[in-house]
Design a protein around this ligand. Structure first.
Ligand code: SF4
Length: 239
């Protein structure tokens, strides 16, 4: 019998304990390097260039997990865009075999891979970058809108708990845009939604390094969240 193939993943970071990144679970987060998108507000531009990863990187995560058995409840794969990596399914299998629940943060770039992976996931945080008419500009990737839309379909039909999240910057959204997007998601059946304020430090596109005069203010967004809250089970505004 062949020996199992070693897992190669480009591990860019490890959060050892979080109560914020995996709902209702004490979790860790594994950050994988590489993302094919180019959102202007991306504040980890150094994370975007993919690389292959060395076997020692995953071996070190595995050691960490073995020491945390019984202490952590779950692990989240995040990025970058973790689904881009061929060895992610094998890593998910290992994490589950060690007894952890598995969460995933994804921008929905690879809907077919997401569908295949879904039965092994306990929760997904799916970025919804914007409405179909604008999303390719927001993520800097012409032609990607159908794939992003398909990933939302995968989640809506997949039977796995998930949250949609949208990062807000005044260059990308007016308040009316945000309201329209939120209402569309609620009508599609999204039950958990989070609006996240874009950070202005280390942005990929320097034009995102400051708020846009006249863009939606925090008070505007708080009012919007209060108005739209009855449409969702949870609707959060995160800094
Ligand atoms: S913010 Fe956009 S470009 Fe940056 S990692 Fe996330 S999806 Fe990729």
């Amino acid at each position: 019998m062949d020996a199992p193939r070693e897992i190669r993943l480009p591990v860019a970071g490890l959060t050892r304990l979080t109560t914020l990144d995996f709902p209702e679970r004490l979790a860790g987060v594994i950050f994988l390097q590489g993302c094919p998108l180019a959102c202007g507000y991306c504040h980890n531009p150094q994370m975007l260039t993919p690389r292959r990863g060395e076997t020692a990187e995953w071996a070190s995560v595995r050691d960490f997990l073995e020491r945390r058995r019984g202490l952590l409840e779950g692990m989240v794969f995040s990025g970058g865009e973790p689904v881009m990596h061929r060895d992610l399914p094998a890593a998910v299998r290992e994490v589950r075999a060690l007894g952890f629940a598995v969460g995933l943060h994804t921008a929905g770039v690879y809907p077919q891979r997401l569908q295949t992976l879904l039965p092994r996931l306990d929760w997904v945080g799916l970025d919804v970058k914007g409405e179909a008419s604008r999303v390719e500009t927001i993520v800097g990737h012409p032609g990607i809108a159908p794939r992003l839309a398909q990933s939302l379909d995968v989640m809506l039909e997949g039977g796995v708990d998930f949250e949609c999240r949208t990062t807000l910057h005044g260059r990308d959204f007016t308040l009316a845009d945000i309201e329209r997007l939120a209402l569309t998601l609620a009508a599609r059946g999204v039950r958990h939604y989070a609006l996240q304020l874009a950070r202005h430090d280390q942005c990929l596109d320097p034009r995102y390094a400051a708020p846009v005069p006249g863009g939606p203010s925090r008070a505007d967004l708080e009012g919007l969240v209060a108005r739209l809250a009855p449409r969702f089970e949870t609707l959060a505004l995160r800094a």
